[in-house]
Design a protein around this ligand. Structure first.
Ligand code: MZP
Length: 498
């Protein structure tokens, strides 16, 4: 046997050490944009994410509802593959039918707001949707900005609620009659636009803009742009029925596939990637691996990104059942080093995804600092309204159901198959509850604020800079105690986490 000299470590064993924070290094100036698929040096990846988040390929996490909600926030879901092919394809179709369109405003106002005011608002409502008015001239000068945290009102209640939504910003935008409120609402409803309606004094709606990637320095024509643009969506596949599943998913409009397996260092994955590359123009990620050899094998087979992690998932009992796996931090660090070397030698950058084992928000920042380009999470997303499972009251608390793909409930034997007889011979996952946490957007906003704030402490305005500049230290077991509240008597509100 070969023995590793270093113990296998996980995120909680590390901390970041601040670097110099320059004055321009503010959360408003931090970009979390990150590549999703491989690209050549000097070129751009075919797909990027605006936030480094993907939701797990799991029955209890990623369906069409989660996928649309996360795409709207700038991330991506991989819709679970442990379901009949046509049902998975229908979920893809549903996500692709949502329109990320926007309507441009022709307000004739000149409110006295500077670009900095607008950027401050943008920062405050990062990852919300933005409505931006224009002055009606060809260069579309920016006049104001409003943010909608969550435009989710019922058809019946909508007229009543609109005034509530506009309250914080009504001094910013009001204007000339555009279209009637009811016409605008029909438009918003029909196209599922996630926008804030701006009502003018005549109770008519001015035009709206919805554009998450709005660039204040760019010029946009005053018309309905790019309106049919749909959200990007991913799907999980396995290395068993891919010859039937992949054609159906591609036909449904999937953007990115990922081979979902607990152990991706296999000839079955190579064959699956080769089949997809030979027959379709669709991106495909592979995994999971935990070392340099596994990473290089999948990259040489043609993988567009590689997923890292075995046994660290919150519902995973693979390490107990089979004794395989590796601490998530050690796995990411080794694979990231292999990726750097591969990039230096070939000029091809292959993104890596740290999958599973994120317990605290700062673990995400650590994963990114250690070289991950994005993370995949199950437990994190399972807690939200948008996950596909039931919300229940257990004792005095609300919880959501959450079960592993290797549990008897999911019976996703293809994910664990090592050849031979089909079927789940023993469980590698559990069936559980997670505390209910509310809406995806609210929680994402908080998590993203923490990541951006930490990046500022570390003097980095992008994930790439963070990967280059981060200084990371191991912590001793004793100093871990120092990290939480200690040597004080906590008040009840702190104990209950309020
Ligand atoms: P977590 O974010 O809940 O800690 O981990 C989610 C990840 O656990 C998934 O993306 C997947 O890689 C893995 N997973 C899913 N089901 C099981 C299982 O039943 C599992 N063992 O390990």
């Amino acid at each position: 046997a070969t023995y590793y000299n270093e113990p296998s470590r996980t995120f909680s064993e590390y901390l970041l050490i601040p670097n110099l924070t320059t004055k321009d290094c503010t959360p408003a100036n931090v970009s979390l944009k990150t590549p999703l698929v491989k690209y050549k040096k000097g070129e751009k990846p075919a797909y990027s994410l605006n936030i480094p988040f993907s939701s797990a390929v799991m029955q209890s996490v990623s369906d069409d509802k989660m996928a649309a909600a996360l795409a709207r926030c700038g991330g991506i879901s991989f819709i679970f593959g442990s379901q009949p092919i046509e049902e998975q394809a229908n979920m893809i179709r549903k996500v692709k039918s949502y329109k990320a369109g926007f309507v441009v405003s022709r307000s004739n106002l000149t409110p006295d707001h500077t670009l900095q005011d607008i950027l401050n608002l943008k920062e405050k409502y990062a990852h919300s949707t933005f409505a931006i008015t224009h002055d009606g001239t060809a260069n579309g000068k920016l006049l104001g900005i409003v943010a909608s945290r969550d435009y989710r009102i019922s058809r019946d209640a909508r007229d009543k609620k609109i005034s509530t939504f506009m309250t914080p910003f009504d001094s910013l935008v009001y204007g000339k009659t555009g279209i009637t409120l009811s016409e605008a609402n029909d438009l918003i409803w029909e196209h599922k636009l996630n926008v804030l309606p701006i009502v003018n004094e005549d109770q008519c709606l001015d035009y709206l803009v919805f554009r998450k990637d709005y660039d204040a320095h760019k010029e946009y024509p005053l018309e309905l742009l790019d309106a049919n643009k749909s959200y990007i969506v991913g799907a999980g596949i396995n290395s068993k029925d891919y010859k039937e599943r992949v054609p159906a998913l591609v036909e449904a409009g999937v953007d990115v596939l990922v081979i979902d397996s607990s152990d991706g260092y296999t000839e079955w994955q190579r064959e699956t990637i080769e089949y997809v590359k030979a027959n379709f123009d669709v991106k495909i990620g592979a995994g999971n691996v935990v070392d340099r050899e596994g990473f290089l094998y999948l990259v040489e087979a043609g993988a567009d990104f590689v997923k890292v992690g075995i046994g660290g998932g919150s519902i995973c009992i693979t390490r107990e059942q089979k004794g395989i796996g590796r601490g998530q931090a050690s796995a990411v660090i080794e694979v990231a080093a292999a990726r750097e070397q591969y990039f230096n030698e070939t000029g091809i950058y292959v993104p890596i995804c740290s999958d599973g084992g994120i317990v605290h928000d700062y673990h995400i920042t650590l994963a990114l600092s250690m070289g991950a380009d994005f993370v995949m999470m199950g437990r994190y997303f399972a807690r939200f309204d948008e996950s596909p499972t039931r919300k229940l009251k257990v004792g005095n608390n609300f919880v959501k159901e959450f079960w592993g793909e290797g549990s008897n409930r999911a019976r996703n034997w293809e994910r664990y198959d090592t050849g031979g007889k089909s079927g789940l011979l023993f469980e590698e996952g559990v069936d559980s509850y997670v505390p209910y946490a509310g809406s995806l957007q609210e929680n994402l906003d908080k998590t993203i604020s923490k990541i951006k704030s930490t990046m500022c402490n570390c003097g980095s305005k992008s994930i790439e800079e963070m990967q280059r500049n981060a200084r990371i230290t191991l912590v001793s077991a004793t100093s871990l105690v120092e990290g939480g509240a200690h040597d004080v008597i906590l008040k009840e509100s702190s104990l209950s986490g309020e």
